[in-house]
Design a protein around this ligand. Structure first.
Ligand code: PLP
Length: 371
């Protein structure tokens, strides 16, 4: 019988409550709860500065932000995307009446394979929606040049890519738009929340109208907008979180390094190698359970659970296997061999700033004990 406390795949990194109370008091005093209030404005400015981007629109969550991003660029027809993502990526397409076209992923990065994109382009294709999977950047240059050749837009699902920089530059400046998530499970959380990064002020303004029902002023509605506004509570937490996020990511880096040391040379367990020249955010710690590991991925996942270690098969099943997608020609399993293989082998191990070194060693020891 396991008597040790459970370890979950993630845990939000919250600031001390005492630090949040003054923000709440300010909201209570001002009675401004939402609609681009003072915390919203300040958070937008400070977040853009922190991330090294120019124009940000804050949202209630990333799913509504993805839906709005597609609306803002008037994307229709078919959009090329990855089956190896959280279901919201493809759902945002269906919410816009767009047909997703799934393209396989690369075996080493788990990102959409640029070499397979061109074959999926048809006269109906209007955009590419890749994911920076686990915060690892896509091959943004190749994707850009394919998009330019075919006059396509690129919208990155950057839900995992908070703060990721390559050669000192934010990865969020690539593509026509990038979408972040601040969900409770993410590296940086505002309870719920999200954002769109725009390349210029006009695009940002248009997106700001769309997230506010399409209102430009009291009397003018210019588009079929939605209510995607971030509240003052979420923005206040975001402001405070900015003071803590460097520490949180630094701790994630230490955990990542400790896992790599502890999991080295376990037959049948492979740990994807880190990207070069990257300030990563260590948002996830995926391992692949290969056929030469003594038990199957699902058996390991279950046995971990039995001793209170809750990994996550992320991403499994593939999006293309869900009922609303599996009838699409591009969802055919034969065309997605890499994604299928990775989804059948992956377990994301627990990683969050409060995870102790002892717990990291406990997780690794459990995995080693079966080998
Ligand atoms: C890849 C990806 N896309 C989109 C989302 C949706 O984000 P949100 O929960 O903020 O709507 C998530 C996570 O929740 C995600 O992991």
């Amino acid at each position: 019988m396991n008597t040790k406390p459970s370890i979950y795949v993630t845990q939000p990194d919250l600031p001390p409550l005492d630090e949040f109370i003054p923000y709440l008091r300010q909201i209570w005093d001002s009675k401004v709860l939402t609609n681009s209030g003072p915390f919203h404005k300040q958070f937008e400015t400070e977040l853009a500065e922190y991330l090294g981007v120019k124009h940000i629109s804050l949202f209630t969550n990333a799913t509504i932000a993805l839906v709005t991003a597609l609306q803002s660029l008037r994307i229709g027809g078919e959009v090329i995307t990855t089956p190896y993502s959280f279901v919201a990526t493809a759902h945002s397409l269906l919410w816009n009446g767009i047909k997703p076209v799934f393209v396989d992923i690369e075996p080493d990065t788990f990102n959409i394979d640029p070499a397979k994109i061109e074959a999926a382009i048809t006269p109906q294709t209007t955009a590419i929606m890749p994911l920076h999977c686990y915060g690892r950047p896509c091959d943004v240059e190749t994707i850009r040049s394919i998009a330019d050749n075919y006059n396509l837009k690129v919208i990155y699902d950057a839900a995992h890519a908070f703060g990721v920089r390559r050669q000192g530059e934010s990865i969020l400046t690539h593509g026509d738009l990038s979408v972040l998530s601040f969900h409770a499970t993410k590296v940086f959380t505002t309870f719920e929340g999200g954002a769109i990064i725009s390349p210029d002020v006009r695009t940002k303004q248009h997106i700001d109208h769309l997230k506010n029902f399409g209102f430009v002023n009291e009397e003018t509605v210019v588009a079929t907008g939605i209510n995607g506004k971030m509240s003052e509570f979420n923005a206040a937490l975001g402001l405070l979180q900015l003071q803590h996020v460097d520490r949180a990511i630094a701790r994630r880096r230490d955990i990542d390094a400790l896992y790599r040391a502890q999991l080295a040379n376990i037959p049948g367990i492979s740990v994807p190698s880190p990207a070069q020249d990257l300030a990563a955010n260590q948002s996830y710690f995926p391992i692949l359970v290969e056929p030469d590991y003594p038990v199957s991925r699902d058996a390991l996942y279950k046995q971990m659970k039995d001793v209170g270690i809750h990994g996550r098969r992320y991403f499994y099943p593939l999006i293309s296997d869900f009922p609303m997608y599996r009838g699409l020609p591009s969802a055919n399993a034969d065309q997605l061999p890499v994604a299928r293989a990775v989804a059948s082998k992956v377990i994301c191990l627990p990683i969050y700033p409060a995870l102790s070194d002892d717990d990291v060693c406990r997780v690794a020891a459990m995995i080693r004990s079966l080998s």
